[in-house]
Design a protein. Structure first.
Length: 86
């Protein structure tokens, strides 16, 4: 996982649209930094959001290393799918 993720990548993690992620950033619910063409979310924040989603949906606890690998796989799969579609 990169040090910072896009709103689209975080949307994949929390199963929300990039627009919803931007709205949550603007509402202060997600920590992010503003850049010229949007926002970047720190890796630690993406892990926090993933942990919250997993606990809310199944009450499970996943070690950070395993969670980071799952996020990397999710992002790689979605990016490969997008690349094939273009």
């Amino acid at each position: 996982m990169d040090d910072h993720l896009s709103t689209q990548q975080v949307g994949w993690i929390i199963d929300r649209s990039p627009g919803t992620v931007r709205d949550k950033i603007k509402a202060g619910e997600i920590e992010a930094m503003r850049i010229v063409d949007g926002f970047r979310i720190p890796k630690a924040e993406a892990l926090r959001l993933a942990r919250e989603r997993i606990r809310a949906e199944g009450g499970l606890r996943v070690p950070d290393g395993d969670l980071e690998r799952l996020i990397d796989e999710l992002i790689a799969t979605n990016e490969a799918t997008l690349a094939r579609a273009t």
